[in-house]
Design a protein around this ligand. Sequence first.
Ligand SMILES: Nc1nc2c(ncn2[C@@H]2O[C@H](COP(=O)(O)OP(=O)(O)OP(=O)(O)O)[C@@H](O)[C@H]2O)c(=O)[nH]1
Ligand SMILES: [Mg+2]
Length: 345
Amino acid sequence: MNSTSGFAPFLNQAKETNENPAQNFSVPGLFTIRKPADDKPQEKNKDSTPKGKNRNFWPTLNLLETPWRSVNWTSESRKELMEMVESYKPASGAVSEARVLLLGPVGAGKSSFISSVQSVFSGRVLNRAMVGSSTSASFTKKLQSLPIRQSGVKSDPTALVLCDIMGIGEGNSTGLSLYDALCVIKGHVMEGYQFSAEEPVRSDMGFIKKPSLKDKIHCVVFVVDASKINTYAKGLSTTFQQLRENISSLGVHQVALLTHVDEVCADTCGDASQVYRSRNVQQLMVKAGELLGMATSYIVPVRNYSSQLDLDESTDILLLKAVDHILQYTDLYFQDGAVDYKVSN
Ligand SMILES: Nc1nc2c(ncn2[C@@H]2O[C@H](COP(=O)(O)OP(=O)(O)OP(=O)(O)O)[C@@H](O)[C@H]2O)c(=O)[nH]1
Ligand SMILES: [Mg+2]
Protein backbone atom coordinates (compact mmCIF):
# COMPACT_ATOMS: atom_id res chain seq x y z
CA MET A 1 0.00 0.00 0.00
CA ASN A 2 1.20 3.46 -0.80
CA SER A 3 2.39 5.48 2.11
CA THR A 4 0.36 8.61 2.61
CA SER A 5 3.10 10.40 4.55
CA GLY A 6 4.14 12.47 1.49
CA PHE A 7 0.66 13.87 1.42
CA ALA A 8 0.67 14.97 5.06
CA PRO A 9 0.79 18.71 4.23
CA PHE A 10 -2.28 18.35 2.08
CA LEU A 11 -4.04 16.43 4.81
CA ASN A 12 -3.22 19.13 7.33
CA GLN A 13 -4.49 21.69 4.85
CA ALA A 14 -7.65 19.64 4.67
CA LYS A 15 -8.05 19.70 8.42
CA GLU A 16 -7.29 23.42 8.68
CA THR A 17 -9.42 24.60 5.81
CA ASN A 18 -12.25 22.20 6.28
CA GLU A 19 -13.99 22.73 9.55
CA ASN A 20 -16.61 20.63 7.95
CA PRO A 21 -14.71 17.78 6.31
CA ALA A 22 -17.71 17.02 4.17
CA GLN A 23 -16.42 19.69 1.79
CA ASN A 24 -14.04 18.61 -0.95
CA PHE A 25 -10.79 20.35 -1.73
CA SER A 26 -8.39 20.03 -4.61
CA VAL A 27 -4.65 19.50 -4.75
CA PRO A 28 -3.63 21.37 -7.92
CA GLY A 29 -2.88 19.05 -10.79
CA LEU A 30 -3.33 15.96 -8.69
CA PHE A 31 -6.76 14.99 -7.51
CA THR A 32 -9.68 16.03 -5.45
CA ILE A 33 -9.71 14.86 -1.89
CA ARG A 34 -13.21 13.97 -1.02
CA LYS A 35 -14.88 12.91 2.14
CA PRO A 36 -17.07 9.88 1.48
CA ALA A 37 -20.47 11.49 1.34
CA ASP A 38 -22.30 10.40 4.48
CA ASP A 39 -25.21 12.59 3.51
CA LYS A 40 -25.43 11.16 -0.02
CA PRO A 41 -26.48 7.53 -0.37
CA GLN A 42 -23.63 5.57 -1.93
CA GLU A 43 -24.40 3.40 -4.90
CA LYS A 44 -24.54 -0.27 -4.08
CA ASN A 45 -21.07 -1.82 -4.04
CA LYS A 46 -19.40 1.52 -4.55
CA ASP A 47 -17.89 1.89 -1.09
CA SER A 48 -14.24 2.53 -1.79
CA THR A 49 -13.17 2.33 1.85
CA PRO A 50 -11.59 -0.95 2.79
CA LYS A 51 -13.58 -2.82 5.35
CA GLY A 52 -12.44 -2.27 8.91
CA LYS A 53 -10.70 1.04 8.13
CA ASN A 54 -11.85 4.40 9.42
CA ARG A 55 -14.71 5.31 7.16
CA ASN A 56 -15.20 8.84 8.44
CA PHE A 57 -12.44 10.75 6.72
CA TRP A 58 -9.97 8.79 4.68
CA PRO A 59 -9.08 10.58 1.47
CA THR A 60 -8.87 8.31 -1.52
CA LEU A 61 -5.23 9.16 -2.31
CA ASN A 62 -4.72 5.99 -4.27
CA LEU A 63 -7.69 6.57 -6.48
CA LEU A 64 -7.79 8.41 -9.78
CA GLU A 65 -10.53 10.97 -10.25
CA THR A 66 -11.92 9.08 -13.23
CA PRO A 67 -11.43 5.45 -14.16
CA TRP A 68 -9.05 4.85 -17.05
CA ARG A 69 -11.27 2.19 -18.58
CA SER A 70 -15.00 2.45 -18.45
CA VAL A 71 -16.99 -0.51 -17.23
CA ASN A 72 -20.70 -0.74 -16.56
CA TRP A 73 -20.97 -2.19 -13.04
CA THR A 74 -24.68 -2.95 -13.08
CA SER A 75 -26.68 -6.17 -12.73
CA GLU A 76 -27.88 -5.70 -16.32
CA SER A 77 -24.30 -5.57 -17.53
CA ARG A 78 -23.48 -8.74 -15.57
CA LYS A 79 -26.50 -10.46 -17.11
CA GLU A 80 -25.57 -9.33 -20.64
CA LEU A 81 -22.00 -10.55 -20.23
CA MET A 82 -23.22 -13.92 -18.98
CA GLU A 83 -25.62 -14.21 -21.92
CA MET A 84 -22.80 -13.35 -24.30
CA VAL A 85 -20.68 -16.23 -22.98
CA GLU A 86 -23.65 -18.61 -22.94
CA SER A 87 -24.52 -17.87 -26.55
CA TYR A 88 -20.93 -17.82 -27.79
CA LYS A 89 -20.14 -19.96 -30.83
CA PRO A 90 -16.63 -20.20 -32.29
CA ALA A 91 -16.33 -18.31 -35.58
CA SER A 92 -15.45 -21.55 -37.36
CA GLY A 93 -17.80 -24.34 -38.38
CA ALA A 94 -14.96 -26.83 -37.90
CA VAL A 95 -15.13 -26.85 -34.09
CA SER A 96 -17.92 -26.67 -31.53
CA GLU A 97 -15.69 -25.48 -28.68
CA ALA A 98 -13.04 -22.82 -28.22
CA ARG A 99 -10.09 -24.14 -26.23
CA VAL A 100 -8.28 -21.49 -24.21
CA LEU A 101 -5.06 -22.28 -22.34
CA LEU A 102 -3.98 -20.48 -19.16
CA LEU A 103 -0.22 -20.12 -18.88
CA GLY A 104 1.73 -18.46 -16.13
CA PRO A 105 4.04 -18.83 -13.17
CA VAL A 106 3.25 -21.06 -10.20
CA GLY A 107 0.56 -19.62 -7.95
CA ALA A 108 -0.45 -16.84 -10.36
CA GLY A 109 -4.10 -17.86 -10.15
CA LYS A 110 -4.66 -19.94 -13.31
CA SER A 111 -6.77 -22.61 -11.60
CA SER A 112 -8.46 -19.97 -9.46
CA PHE A 113 -9.54 -18.04 -12.56
CA ILE A 114 -11.17 -21.15 -14.02
CA SER A 115 -12.91 -21.89 -10.71
CA SER A 116 -13.98 -18.27 -10.38
CA VAL A 117 -15.54 -18.17 -13.86
CA GLN A 118 -17.28 -21.47 -13.14
CA SER A 119 -18.50 -19.97 -9.87
CA VAL A 120 -20.07 -16.99 -11.65
CA PHE A 121 -22.16 -19.33 -13.82
CA SER A 122 -23.07 -21.75 -11.06
CA GLY A 123 -24.27 -18.96 -8.77
CA ARG A 124 -21.99 -19.89 -5.87
CA VAL A 125 -18.30 -20.01 -5.11
CA LEU A 126 -16.84 -23.33 -6.29
CA ASN A 127 -13.45 -24.91 -6.41
CA ARG A 128 -13.66 -27.29 -9.36
CA ALA A 129 -10.23 -26.57 -10.80
CA MET A 130 -7.69 -27.66 -8.22
CA VAL A 131 -6.50 -24.51 -6.53
CA GLY A 132 -3.28 -24.68 -4.56
CA SER A 133 -1.41 -22.23 -2.44
CA SER A 134 1.37 -20.02 -3.62
CA THR A 135 4.44 -22.24 -3.27
CA SER A 136 7.51 -22.92 -5.36
CA ALA A 137 6.16 -26.05 -7.06
CA SER A 138 3.09 -26.04 -9.25
CA PHE A 139 0.01 -27.46 -7.58
CA THR A 140 -1.58 -28.29 -10.93
CA LYS A 141 0.25 -31.13 -12.64
CA LYS A 142 -2.17 -32.36 -15.29
CA LEU A 143 -3.64 -30.94 -18.44
CA GLN A 144 -7.26 -30.44 -17.49
CA SER A 145 -9.89 -29.02 -19.84
CA LEU A 146 -12.80 -27.51 -17.95
CA PRO A 147 -15.96 -26.48 -19.77
CA ILE A 148 -17.74 -23.39 -18.55
CA ARG A 149 -21.32 -24.42 -17.89
CA GLN A 150 -24.39 -22.29 -18.41
CA SER A 151 -26.23 -20.85 -15.46
CA GLY A 152 -29.57 -22.40 -14.54
CA VAL A 153 -30.70 -25.89 -13.70
CA LYS A 154 -29.62 -27.60 -16.92
CA SER A 155 -26.12 -26.12 -16.83
CA ASP A 156 -25.28 -27.34 -20.34
CA PRO A 157 -21.69 -26.67 -21.33
CA THR A 158 -21.05 -23.43 -23.18
CA ALA A 159 -18.69 -23.43 -26.17
CA LEU A 160 -15.86 -22.18 -23.96
CA VAL A 161 -13.34 -24.63 -22.51
CA LEU A 162 -10.62 -23.30 -20.20
CA CYS A 163 -7.53 -25.49 -20.05
CA ASP A 164 -5.50 -25.64 -16.85
CA ILE A 165 -1.90 -26.69 -16.80
CA MET A 166 1.24 -26.79 -14.67
CA GLY A 167 2.87 -23.45 -13.87
CA ILE A 168 5.71 -22.39 -16.12
CA GLY A 169 9.20 -22.58 -14.66
CA GLU A 170 11.43 -19.65 -14.02
CA GLY A 171 14.41 -21.50 -15.46
CA ASN A 172 14.90 -24.51 -17.70
CA SER A 173 14.75 -27.10 -14.93
CA THR A 174 11.58 -26.15 -13.06
CA GLY A 175 7.94 -26.22 -14.02
CA LEU A 176 6.44 -26.51 -17.45
CA SER A 177 9.01 -26.08 -20.22
CA LEU A 178 8.64 -24.11 -23.43
CA TYR A 179 8.62 -27.40 -25.34
CA ASP A 180 5.77 -28.81 -23.19
CA ALA A 181 3.72 -25.63 -23.54
CA LEU A 182 4.08 -25.67 -27.32
CA CYS A 183 3.14 -29.38 -27.46
CA VAL A 184 -0.12 -28.53 -25.66
CA ILE A 185 -0.87 -25.53 -27.88
CA LYS A 186 -0.28 -27.57 -31.03
CA GLY A 187 -2.73 -30.18 -29.73
CA HIS A 188 -0.30 -33.07 -29.22
CA VAL A 189 -1.04 -33.59 -25.52
CA MET A 190 -3.92 -35.76 -24.32
CA GLU A 191 -6.36 -34.72 -21.65
CA GLY A 192 -5.13 -35.73 -18.20
CA TYR A 193 -1.47 -35.88 -19.20
CA GLN A 194 0.67 -35.59 -16.09
CA PHE A 195 3.53 -33.16 -16.60
CA SER A 196 6.90 -33.52 -14.99
CA ALA A 197 9.41 -30.73 -14.53
CA GLU A 198 12.18 -33.26 -15.07
CA GLU A 199 10.94 -34.91 -18.23
CA PRO A 200 9.51 -33.29 -21.38
CA VAL A 201 6.31 -34.54 -23.02
CA ARG A 202 7.14 -37.89 -24.60
CA SER A 203 6.26 -38.55 -28.21
CA ASP A 204 5.65 -42.28 -27.68
CA MET A 205 3.01 -42.35 -24.92
CA GLY A 206 -0.41 -40.77 -25.42
CA PHE A 207 0.97 -38.31 -27.96
CA ILE A 208 -1.53 -37.06 -30.53
CA LYS A 209 0.58 -37.29 -33.66
CA LYS A 210 -1.77 -35.55 -36.05
CA PRO A 211 -3.87 -33.15 -34.02
CA SER A 212 -6.98 -31.66 -35.55
CA LEU A 213 -8.33 -28.19 -34.90
CA LYS A 214 -10.43 -29.42 -31.97
CA ASP A 215 -7.30 -30.71 -30.16
CA LYS A 216 -5.42 -27.43 -30.49
CA ILE A 217 -5.41 -24.35 -28.32
CA HIS A 218 -7.19 -21.41 -29.94
CA CYS A 219 -6.10 -18.65 -27.56
CA VAL A 220 -3.43 -18.38 -24.85
CA VAL A 221 -4.04 -16.38 -21.69
CA PHE A 222 -0.98 -15.43 -19.67
CA VAL A 223 -1.69 -15.09 -15.97
CA VAL A 224 0.52 -13.01 -13.69
CA ASP A 225 0.15 -12.06 -10.04
CA ALA A 226 0.01 -8.28 -9.44
CA SER A 227 1.52 -8.67 -5.98
CA LYS A 228 4.60 -10.37 -7.46
CA ILE A 229 5.20 -8.28 -10.58
CA ASN A 230 8.08 -6.46 -8.90
CA THR A 231 9.71 -9.62 -7.56
CA TYR A 232 9.39 -12.21 -10.32
CA ALA A 233 12.75 -13.71 -11.31
CA LYS A 234 14.49 -11.86 -14.13
CA GLY A 235 14.48 -14.95 -16.34
CA LEU A 236 10.68 -14.95 -16.46
CA SER A 237 10.64 -12.08 -18.90
CA THR A 238 12.83 -14.07 -21.30
CA THR A 239 10.59 -17.11 -20.86
CA PHE A 240 7.55 -15.00 -21.77
CA GLN A 241 9.36 -13.56 -24.76
CA GLN A 242 10.23 -17.03 -26.08
CA LEU A 243 6.71 -18.28 -25.47
CA ARG A 244 5.17 -15.27 -27.19
CA GLU A 245 7.38 -15.58 -30.26
CA ASN A 246 6.67 -19.28 -30.66
CA ILE A 247 2.96 -19.03 -29.92
CA SER A 248 2.56 -16.09 -32.31
CA SER A 249 4.22 -18.08 -35.06
CA LEU A 250 1.44 -20.66 -34.67
CA GLY A 251 -1.13 -17.92 -35.33
CA VAL A 252 -2.50 -18.12 -31.78
CA HIS A 253 -3.41 -14.80 -30.18
CA GLN A 254 -2.45 -14.03 -26.61
CA VAL A 255 -3.97 -11.88 -23.89
CA ALA A 256 -3.14 -11.57 -20.20
CA LEU A 257 -4.80 -11.45 -16.81
CA LEU A 258 -3.39 -9.51 -13.89
CA THR A 259 -4.67 -11.38 -10.84
CA HIS A 260 -4.47 -10.66 -7.10
CA VAL A 261 -5.44 -7.01 -7.68
CA ASP A 262 -7.16 -7.07 -4.29
CA GLU A 263 -3.76 -7.57 -2.67
CA VAL A 264 -2.16 -4.48 -4.15
CA CYS A 265 -4.89 -1.95 -3.46
CA ALA A 266 -7.08 -1.70 -0.37
CA ASP A 267 -9.74 0.13 -2.37
CA THR A 268 -9.94 -2.66 -4.93
CA CYS A 269 -9.95 -5.16 -2.08
CA GLY A 270 -12.95 -3.45 -0.57
CA ASP A 271 -14.73 -2.98 -3.88
CA ALA A 272 -13.67 -4.60 -7.17
CA SER A 273 -15.38 -1.84 -9.15
CA GLN A 274 -12.63 0.57 -8.07
CA VAL A 275 -10.02 -1.36 -10.04
CA TYR A 276 -9.73 1.13 -12.91
CA ARG A 277 -9.39 4.02 -10.47
CA SER A 278 -6.52 2.42 -8.57
CA ARG A 279 -3.15 4.04 -9.23
CA ASN A 280 -1.35 0.94 -8.00
CA VAL A 281 -3.23 -1.36 -10.32
CA GLN A 282 -2.67 1.02 -13.23
CA GLN A 283 1.09 1.09 -12.57
CA LEU A 284 1.25 -2.67 -12.17
CA MET A 285 -0.61 -3.16 -15.45
CA VAL A 286 2.18 -1.19 -17.17
CA LYS A 287 4.81 -3.34 -15.42
CA ALA A 288 2.94 -6.51 -16.37
CA GLY A 289 3.02 -5.31 -19.98
CA GLU A 290 6.79 -4.87 -19.75
CA LEU A 291 7.23 -8.31 -18.19
CA LEU A 292 5.11 -9.97 -20.82
CA GLY A 293 6.29 -7.87 -23.75
CA MET A 294 2.69 -6.91 -24.43
CA ALA A 295 0.75 -3.68 -24.87
CA THR A 296 -1.43 -2.88 -21.85
CA SER A 297 -4.51 -3.09 -24.06
CA TYR A 298 -4.15 -6.88 -24.08
CA ILE A 299 -4.15 -7.08 -20.29
CA VAL A 300 -7.14 -7.08 -17.99
CA PRO A 301 -7.16 -7.06 -14.19
CA VAL A 302 -9.13 -9.72 -12.35
CA ARG A 303 -9.89 -10.57 -8.81
CA ASN A 304 -10.35 -14.30 -8.35
CA TYR A 305 -12.52 -15.76 -5.65
CA SER A 306 -10.00 -16.97 -3.11
CA SER A 307 -11.26 -16.65 0.44
CA GLN A 308 -14.81 -15.43 -0.21
CA LEU A 309 -17.75 -17.74 0.26
CA ASP A 310 -20.28 -15.58 -1.56
CA LEU A 311 -20.34 -14.10 -5.03
CA ASP A 312 -20.04 -10.35 -5.46
CA GLU A 313 -21.48 -8.50 -8.46
CA SER A 314 -18.44 -6.31 -9.25
CA THR A 315 -16.05 -9.24 -8.92
CA ASP A 316 -18.29 -11.23 -11.29
CA ILE A 317 -18.30 -8.37 -13.81
CA LEU A 318 -14.51 -8.12 -13.72
CA LEU A 319 -14.24 -11.87 -14.34
CA LEU A 320 -16.84 -11.77 -17.11
CA LYS A 321 -15.12 -8.82 -18.79
CA ALA A 322 -11.96 -10.93 -18.81
CA VAL A 323 -13.85 -13.78 -20.50
CA ASP A 324 -15.28 -11.34 -23.05
CA HIS A 325 -11.76 -10.06 -23.76
CA ILE A 326 -10.46 -13.64 -24.17
CA LEU A 327 -13.27 -14.59 -26.55
CA GLN A 328 -12.57 -11.63 -28.82
CA TYR A 329 -9.01 -12.81 -29.34
CA THR A 330 -10.08 -16.43 -29.64
CA ASP A 331 -12.31 -15.50 -32.54
CA LEU A 332 -9.45 -13.70 -34.25
CA TYR A 333 -7.73 -17.08 -34.46
CA PHE A 334 -10.74 -18.63 -36.15
CA GLN A 335 -11.16 -15.65 -38.46
CA ASP A 336 -7.48 -15.61 -39.44
CA GLY A 337 -6.20 -17.90 -42.13
CA ALA A 338 -4.23 -19.69 -39.41
CA VAL A 339 -6.89 -22.35 -39.01
CA ASP A 340 -6.49 -23.41 -42.61
CA TYR A 341 -3.46 -25.47 -41.86
CA LYS A 342 -4.48 -29.09 -42.13
CA VAL A 343 -1.63 -30.60 -40.16
CA SER A 344 0.03 -28.56 -37.47
CA ASN A 345 3.67 -27.78 -36.74
N1 LIG B 1 -6.25 -12.66 -2.94
C1 LIG B 1 -6.22 -13.36 -4.07
N2 LIG B 1 -5.76 -14.61 -4.03
C2 LIG B 1 -5.73 -15.30 -5.20
C3 LIG B 1 -6.15 -14.74 -6.43
N3 LIG B 1 -5.99 -15.67 -7.40
C4 LIG B 1 -5.48 -16.76 -6.79
N4 LIG B 1 -5.33 -16.55 -5.46
C5 LIG B 1 -4.74 -17.47 -4.48
O1 LIG B 1 -3.42 -17.79 -4.91
C6 LIG B 1 -3.10 -19.13 -4.60
C7 LIG B 1 -2.65 -19.87 -5.88
O2 LIG B 1 -3.75 -19.94 -6.77
P1 LIG B 1 -3.88 -21.08 -7.90
O3 LIG B 1 -5.13 -20.82 -8.64
O4 LIG B 1 -3.69 -22.45 -7.34
O5 LIG B 1 -2.62 -20.71 -8.81
P2 LIG B 1 -2.10 -21.50 -10.08
O6 LIG B 1 -1.63 -20.48 -11.07
O7 LIG B 1 -3.13 -22.45 -10.59
O8 LIG B 1 -0.84 -22.25 -9.47
P3 LIG B 1 -0.15 -23.66 -9.86
O9 LIG B 1 -1.21 -24.65 -10.26
O10 LIG B 1 0.54 -24.06 -8.59
O11 LIG B 1 0.80 -23.37 -10.98
C8 LIG B 1 -4.36 -19.72 -3.98
O12 LIG B 1 -4.21 -19.67 -2.57
C9 LIG B 1 -5.47 -18.80 -4.42
O13 LIG B 1 -6.56 -18.76 -3.52
C10 LIG B 1 -6.64 -13.38 -6.42
O14 LIG B 1 -7.03 -12.79 -7.45
N5 LIG B 1 -6.65 -12.76 -5.21
MG1 LIG C 1 -3.13 -24.45 -10.79
